[in-house]
Design a protein around this ligand. Structure first.
Ligand code: SF4
Length: 299
C-alpha cells in the first residue's frame, strides 16, 4: 500500500517529477513495474565487494541521470530489460545468494526503492548476505532513510563538482549538492566501513571516475570529501575506466580516454587526503567490462 502511494506521485529522486507510475513513465523512463536487464555474479567491482566468489549484481533498467558517456546506456537510456514481479525479484536475490555471491548488489536502484523493499520483505530471513546499494549518487536523503536496516553497503558515484559539467553531461545542474548530501546520509546509515577477511560487511565506498580534461574537478571533489568526512568514515575508489561511448562524442573535450597524467594527478591528491580505498589499474579501461544485457528473462 505504501509502495502504491509513493509511486502514484513519485518523488523518490531529486527530479521529483511527480509521475503517476501506474499510468505513465517518469523522467527515469520507468513505470511501476520492476525491470532488470541482468542478474549475475560479477568479478570487477572493488576487491572487498567482488571478493573471491563474485558480487551478485542485479542491473535495474532506467535511470534518473542522463549521462552522455554511460557505459550501460542500453539499459539506462534505451530501455533494454525485462519485467519481474516482486516475488520474482525476491527469488532473483536468493538466486544470487545460492550462486555463492558475497552480497546482493543493486545496480542503479534509486527509482525502484519501494519495489526492492517489498522484495526484501518477501525474502525475509532466507536472505543472509549483505545488500549493496550501487547508485549514481543523485539521491534524496528521505528515500535513503527508507533503506535503514535493509541496506548494509552504499556504493555511490560522486561524478562532478562543477554544475556546468553535470548539466551538460548528465542533465543535472544540482548534481553535486544532491550527491554530497546523499553521501552524508549514507555514511550516517551504514556507519564506518567494516571489512572482515577481505570482504566488506558495512560502510560506504564513494566512487569517482576521473574524466578527460576535468582533473581539476576531480581535485575539487577530493577537497570537498576531505572537508566533510573523517578519513576513516568512508572509503574512496578512484576510477580510470572512462571510455567515450554512447553520446560522448558530442562533447569533444570528453571524446577520448583518460591520460596517465590526469589519473595520476587525482590519485596523488587522494593519497594525501588519507581515505582508505582503491586505485584502478589503467589496463581495465576497456569495453570488455561492459556486461551483456537481456530483453527477456533468461534464468
Ligand atoms: S524516480 Fe523516476 S519517476 Fe520518481 S521522481 Fe525520480 S525520475 Fe521521477
Amino acid at each position: 500500500m505504501q509502495t502504491e502511494k509513493i509511486l502514484r506521485n513519485c518523488r523518490l529522486c531529486p527530479r521529483e517529477c511527480g509521475a503517476d507510475r501506474y499510468a505513465e513513465k517518469g523522467f527515469c523512463g520507468e513505470s511501476a513495474a520492476v525491470r532488470i536487464a541482468r542478474a549475475e555474479l560479477h568479478m570487477w567491482e572493488e576487491p572487498c565487494i567482488s571478493g573471491t566468489k563474485g558480487s551478485g549484481t542485479v542491473f535495474f533498467s532506467g535511470c534518473n541521470l542522463k549521462c552522455c558517456f554511460c557505459q550501460n546506456y542500453e539499459i539506462s537510456h534505451l530501455g533494454k530489460g525485462f519485467e519481474l514481479t516482486r516475488e520474482e525479484l525476491a527469488e532473483t536475490f536468493i538466486r544470487m545468494q545460492d550462486m555463492g555471491a558475497h552480497n546482493v548488489n543493486l545496480v542503479n536502484p534509486t527509482h525502484f526503492v519501494p519495489q526492492i523493499l517489498d522484495a526484501l520483505e518477501i525474502c525475509g530471513e532466507r536472505l543472509r548476505i549483505p545488500i549493496v546499494y550501487n547508485s549514481g549518487g543523485y539521491e534524496k536523503p528521505e528515500t535513503l532513510d527508507m533503506l535503514r536496516g535493509k541496506v548494509d553497503i552504499f556504493l555511490p558515484d560522486l561524478k562532478y563538482f562543477d554544475a556546468q559539467a553535470s548539466r551538460e553531461y548528465s542533465g543535472a545542474a544540482d548534481y553535486f549538492e544532491k550527491a554530497i548530501a546523499a553521501i552524508r546520509r549514507m555514511a550516517n546509515i551504514a556507519g564506518k566501513p567494516i571489512i572482515e577477511d577481505g570482504i566488506m560487511k558495512r560502510g560506504v565506498i564513494v566512487r569517482h571516475l576521473v574524466l578527460p580534461n576535468h582533473r581539476h574537478d576531480s581535485l575539487r571533489l577530493i577537497e570537498e570529501l576531505e572537508k566533510r568526512f573523517a578519513a576513516d568514515e568512508i572509503m574512496v575508489s578512484l576510477m580510470c575506466q572512462y571510455t567515450p561511448v554512447y553520446r560522448a562524442a558530442e562533447h569533444k573535450e570528453i571524446d577520448r580516454k583518460l591520460s596517465g597524467f590526469e589519473y595520476k594527478t587525482a590519485a596523488e591528491r587522494l593519497e594525501q587526503a588519507g581515505f582508505a580505498g582503491y586505485f584502478q589499474q589503467r589496463d581495465s579501461a576497456q569495453e570488455k567490462y561492459i556486461p551483456q544485457f537481456y530483453s527477456a528473462k533468461y534464468y
